[in-house]
Design a protein. Structure first.
Length: 710
């Protein structure tokens, strides 16, 4: 309250000082005019007293007029001066009224009303000043009218009525002014509060806010510029826009501002600024064009944020990605090398052990040893394949190849393949097909891989009874079918506590399982990954000691009749038989592998030339024409890919088949890119070798001789 009173008195003093010359001019004029109705001595004395008061008023209001802080004593002394001067004017009116003259009475009323209406304006500036210089003089005027003698020529009723109406009018004006003053003070207080709030936000805001004219003049810079650039806000205003920009980023920022001025709206830009210490700082600025309004020209509002930490994080993420990609590449290279190094000796072990196992004249003990070698090497190959498949699945490097297939026929062919194995253990192996016969579109080799894993496990863990495969197709909407395949056995079963873990990697239901039955614990994990890749599901139900049922299920579209016919045609073409002798070039740096291929193909009418590297292979193709080339990839002097490119560069279209231990998808793709026609992975399956030779030579003799040899 005291603060508001002081503010009102300061405002009153400032206005009073500004009007001081006019008041003194009126004072002199009225004093001179009053000499016509009052004695000269009285007028002079009255004028000197009020002039002295006005002189002190000038001194007491000078500080407030200049916007300086005035003490409480100066404020109150000026208030006393206002009361004294107002009372002096009322006394002059009373003296004029008491003359008894009509003209003097009119002048008195005029002076009284003028003082009252002049004091009315005090209500807007200071309520206290209005009470002292307005209400008290008004009471004095009414007391004078009531107590002083009335001029003979005056009827006081109109005078009283006029004065009362004037006072009422003045009072209404006072009410309006006081209400306006209250609203003004409230608005000022709110504005001051908002200003303080905005100043607090600006002072504590870490983002830098700038308001800039289109000419480049900075109209406002928030204090946070000191924290960002290390310069004071006032020092930034006269600085050119480009001065604190990194030279490499300046053109982009200027282009952004030009587009903003042209198109309006908002634009965001990331760039570097130069701090006061010379270091660079990444910032992100949102530029907003504020359109011109009235006399105010268009301006640009910019809000800049320090993103150095974000940029550092982005750089760290990029470096981490590079390291991860390098690690993945190293892992891929390692797997490729390990695959090659493992498959190369396995090729000879599996191939020759199979030949020994089927050879005539071996003693029973020798035949058993050959059989054990072949089984052990096949188990090792299964582990190698499982690790590679699992790595490719986790890396997302497996791509599906949907083709038309008959699910019942695929399951039947697998059962035929494993019939001898089941019979050797005294087990039955049966297959049931439920639902309408149908051809579906899907990745049949991957589904065969899953089913083969289920069947192999079922035969491995079953000692008596049998295994039953159920293939069920159920039509669904939009011409699709739900394929569900179940493999039920009467084996050892899986404990309930372990049933939910068996599809996890390196997990088996019992720690002794791997010792008793073998296996790396990756097969079911690979099955789960493959079905998830096809948007399918896997699962198992089991009762320990009674058996298990492993199943997979997925939705597949039905194959149109045209696709089914095309698939049958392709299959027939792929099984075309040889009808003529062949000349084949075998390019292989490992002698045992050359001997193995020669041994596998010895029953057939095939002339085999050999080369130990790509350079020798080029010399061979220059001397003779070949029906087929079997080409290894990794060889000394010249590798198989380089040799293939050189052969293709000579315009030779002889079929070239990659016969290599490099079996990863990217390695197969490089073979295709180099110009090779097909790929045979090591260890070599004799049937697969003959099938590829027959398909790419178009004859019919090899498979017929293979049937006779079998």
């Amino acid at each position: 309250m005291i603060s508001l009173l002081d503010d009102g008195l300061d405002t009153l003093a400032s206005h009073a000082h500004r009007a001081w010359p006019l008041r003194n001019l009126v004072l002199i004029g009225v004093a001179a005019f009053a000499t016509l109705m009052l004695p000269l001595t009285t007028c002079v004395l009255w004028g000197l007293i009020l002039a002295a008061c006005e002189g002190w008023s000038w001194f007491a209001t000078r500080a407030q007029f200049k916007g300086q802080v005035a003490g409480r004593w100066l404020r109150l002394s000026h208030l006393g001066t206002v009361v004294t001067v107002s009372s002096g004017w009322m006394v002059l009116g009373a003296m004029l009224w008491n003359t008894g003259r009509g003209d003097a009475a009119v002048c008195a009323v005029t002076i009284w009303l003028s003082v009252i209406f002049f004091a009315q304006t005090f209500a807007y500036q200071s309520t206290g000043a209005f009470l002292a210089a307005g209400v008290i003089p008004a009471m004095t005027m009414l007391a004078t009218l009531a107590l002083a003698p009335t001029p003979d020529s005056f009827d006081m009723i109109p005078v009283w009525a006029l004065l009362i109406l004037a006072l009422l009018f003045a009072g209404d004006g006072v009410g309006i002014m006081m209400d306006a003053r209250r609203r003004t003070l409230a608005t000022q207080a709110e504005a001051q509060d908002n200003a303080e709030r905005y100043r607090f936000l600006a002072d504590n805001q870490t983002d830098v806010i700038m308001l800039t004219a289109l000419s480049g003049e900075r109209l406002y810079v928030s204090p946070s510029i000191r924290q960002m650039l290390g310069v004071a806000p006032d020092d930034m205003r006269p600085v050119e826009t480009m001065e604190h920009l990194c030279p490499d980023d300046g053109p982009a920022v200027m282009a952004c501002l030009s587009a903003l001025r042209r198109d309006g709206g908002q634009r965001s830009q990331q760039y570097r600024v130069v701090r006061a210490d010379g270091s660079h700082l990444w910032v992100e600025t949102l530029f907003t064009l504020i359109p011109a309004e009235g006399d105010r020209q268009a301006r640009v509002l910019s809000v800049s944020r320090d993103i150095q930490a974000r940029k550092q994080l982005e750089q760290d993420l990029v470096e981490a990605l590079c390291r991860a990609e390098a690690a993945a590449a190293a892992k891929t290279d390692f797997l490729a090398n390990m695959s090659h190094e493992l498959r190369t000796p396995l090729n000879a072990i599996i191939g020759f052990s199979a030949l020994l196992e089927g050879a005539q004249g071996l003693a029973p003990q020798q035949a058993r040893h050959a059989h054990l070698i072949h089984q052990a090497s096949a188990a090792l190959l299964e582990v190698v394949n499982g690790v590679l498949d699992f790595s490719r699945l986790e890396a997302g490097a497996v791509e599906l190849d949907p083709q038309p297939f008959d699910p019942a026929a695929e399951a039947a062919s697998l059962c035929d393949l494993l019939t001898d194995q089941a019979a050797a253990k005294g087990l039955t192996l049966a297959i049931k097909a439920e639902g309408p016969p149908v051809r579906l579109i899907g990745d049949a080799p991957r589904l065969r891989q899953v089913l083969l894993n289920y069947l192999s496990n079922a035969l491995k863990f079953t000692s008596q009874g049998g295994v039953t495969v159920t293939v069920r197709t159920t039509p669904t909407a939009a011409g699709a079918h739900t394929l569900r395949v179940e493999v039920a056995d009467t084996g050892v079963g899986v404990p309930a506590a372990q049933l939910g873990l068996i599809f996890e990697r390196f997990t088996q239901s019992d720690a002794s399982i791997s010792r008793k039955f073998g296996g790396a614990g990756l097969g079911l994990t690979i099955c789960r990954h493959l079905l998830e890749l096809m948007d399918g599901q896997v699962g198992a139900d089991s009762v320990e000691g009674q058996g298990s049922t492993f199943w997979f299920q997925l939705d597949l579209p039905a194959a149109p009749m045209t696709l089914a016919a095309d698939a049958a045609t392709d299959a027939a073409a792929a099984t075309a038989e040889l009808d003529r002798p062949l000349r084949l070039l075998l390019v292989e740096d490992v002698a045992v592998n050359r001997e193995l291929v020669a041994t596998l193909l010895s029953p057939f009418d095939i002339q085999i030339d050999t080369a130990e590297n790509g350079e020798q292979a080029l010399q061979c193709v220059e001397r003779a024409a070949y029906d087929l080339i079997l080409m290894d990839m990794q060889m000394p002097i010249m590798d198989g890919l380089t040799a293939t490119r050189a052969i293709r560069a000579r315009g030779l279209r002889v079929p070239i088949i990659a016969m290599t231990a490099n079996v990863l998808p990217e390695q197969v793709a490089r073979c295709r890119e180099a110009g090779m026609d097909d790929h045979l992975g090591k260890p070599i399956a004799p049937g697969r070798l003959l099938e590829v030779i027959g398909r790419w030579t178009g004859g019919e003799g090899v498979e017929a001789e293979a049937a006779e040899a079998g």
